[in-house]
Design a protein around this ligand. Structure first.
Ligand code: URP
Ligand code: ZN
Ligand code: ZN
Length: 488
């Protein structure tokens, strides 16, 4: 009998803080040994000349989800998870979206029902909260958190999803009390509406004007407000998909000031820019996302903020809408930009782009790549007891990267349910050629080896803010406010 079910031998192993040469021994889906030379195994993968890295965790993606426009995204849990796996991921955390009038129990039942029979890799959910009734706040949310859904997203814009400042405070207070993390889509709704109306009324309804309609100031104002509201309660937050240096600077300052704030950016803000939206006809619609693409200088600024640690999270924000009446053009063949579905596909290219343009080109270290691919989100979102690093006792979720492979990105090679990729024609160096989930090969030789429903739900731990500074506002602090109990 062999010592291991699987041995990965001869590779260069990297975690977020170390790189070493070792074999990895896997049994019953777990990493059970890491050493220079291990014994026998039922299967041996020769990783000589390759990097053996933790499987990626894609923690911001919209899959089989009714979106801000009420439209269903084009990927279901099968195509979305397959595409993620081919891009080097072994876990996804999409959104389970509450629309107004829905109970969280109903929402979660729906999303468990969508994911369980189809996902080929492990998954969890963030909730989206758009209707924070008393029952949602005081019964359903604490129950969802206890069941392992320990993060939720709220929106400061979008008519169907927006919550006001008072509702934000209610949600933040529940999150703080129950150990959850609030993710915030921070853009000033009134500013966007004002700009959109002016542009459309002036005859500027083409897709490229979407980029002007969401000014940087709309982002920085909302980030500032979100940080003020969360800081008042000393509640941890994560500002998602930050697109501008102005927004990033507010996050960096808040962290410097001791606020419990995390920041996320996405490949579209590093690899794409608004000039690319100036296309004939409606083709610019393919690049409409919110916050929007910025200018070339902004791309460099976002890179710098990723390098310097202002952003701890790098996610695709995969929000796939096809270029037809089911997606981008759902409101007609030539809609003004406010009626174009927002979002870009990118779940498969998130990691290859960062590996190639970040690690191979020397902008970030291999360890920083691993941190952004998996480790940081495993810690921030409460999954590091089982995922996010190559460590004895953790799930054997591993991506073997071949640094010699070069590929030209094309939509036909993607495994999502889309007919375009925003990254068409880019050349990348390095590719995750073998992807392993809990010790079982998911992708090898450019073929899918896993089946529908092989992925499992991952209940997550509550959020650990140990070591993060922070303080309640004096008015809420019982030692300073004559002992008033605000229930925090
Ligand atoms: O445009 C985007 N990012 N669409 C996805 C929805 C969201 O707000 O994350
Ligand atoms: Zn968003
Ligand atoms: Zn999103």
């Amino acid at each position: 009998m062999s010592d291991f079910d699987l041995k990965i031998s001869g590779g260069t192993v990297a975690n977020s803080a170390e790189t070493f040469n070792a074999d990895i021994g896997v049994k019953d889906g777990k990493i059970i040994a890491i050493a220079k030379s291990l014994g026998s195994a039922d299967r041996v993968i020769d990783a000589g000349g390759k990097y053996v890295l933790p499987g990626g965790i894609e923690a911001h993606c919209h899959i089989e989800q009714e979106s801000s426009s009420g439209l269903m995204t084009s990927d279901d849990y099968y195509s979305g998870s397959v595409s993620a796996a081919f891009g080097g991921n072994t876990c996804i955390v999409p959104f389970a979206a509450q629309h107004r009038g829905q109970s969280l129990a109903e929402v979660l039942e729906t999303y468990h029902g969508r994911a369980a029979p189809k996902s080929v890799i492990d998954y969890s959910f963030h909730l989206i909260i758009s209707d924070p009734t008393d029952d949602v706040l005081h019964r359903e949310l604490p129950k969802a958190i206890a069941d392992g859904i320990t993060s939720f997203k709220i929106y400061m814009t979008y008519d169907r999803l927006i919550v006001d400042d008072g509702q934000m405070l209610d949600i933040l207070a529940v999150a703080k009390k129950n150990g959850a993390l609030t993710m915030i889509h921070a853009e000033n709704h009134a500013m966007i509406k004002w700009m959109s109306d002016k542009l459309v009324d002036g005859g500027h309804g083409a897709p490229k004007y979407h980029a002007l309609s969401h000014p940087r100031t709309a982002e920085s104002e909302a980030i500032n407000r979100a940080i003020s509201l969360a800081g008042f309660l000393d509640a941890p937050i994560l500002i998602v998909h930050v697109s501008s240096e102005a927004g990033a600077r507010i996050i960096a300052k808040a962290r410097y000031d001791g606020r419990k704030v995390f920041g996320e950016t996405c490949p579209q803000y590093m690899f794409l820019n608004m000039e690319q939206m100036d296309l004939p006809g409606m083709h610019g619609a393919k690049l409409c996302c919110s916050p929007p693409l910025r200018d070339r200088a902004s791309q460099e600024e976002i890179w710098r903020c990723l390098q310097n640690g202002t952003f701890q999270v790098y996610s695709s924000d995969h929000a796939p809408y096809r270029f037809d009446g089911t997606g981008k053009l759902h409101a007609g063949p030539e809609p003004d930009f406010p009626k174009i579905a927002n979002g870009l596909p990118g779940i498969e290219m998130r990691l290859p782009l960062l590996f190639s343009e970040g690690f191979v080109k020397g902008r970030i270290s291999l360890n920083h790549f691993v941190a952004l691919a998996a480790t940081n989100v495993s810690k921030i979102y409460g999954m590091d007891h089982c995922k996010g690093s190559i460590t004895e006792g953790k799930d054997a979720d591993i991506a073997i990267w071949d640094p010699q492979v070069t590929r030209v990105v094309t939509a036909a090679d993607m495994h999502d349910n889309m007919e375009y990729t925003p990254y068409e024609g880019m050349e990348v160096t390095g590719w995750p050629t073998i992807v392993i989930q809990r010790g079982t090969v998911v992708v090898e030789n450019n073929e899918l080896k896993a089946g529908r429903g092989d992925g499992a739900f991952v209940p997550r731990k509550t959020i650990d803010c140990t070591g993060m500074p922070g303080r309640l506002a004096p008015e809420l602090n019982p030692s300073l406010n004559f002992g008033v109990d605000f229930g925090l």
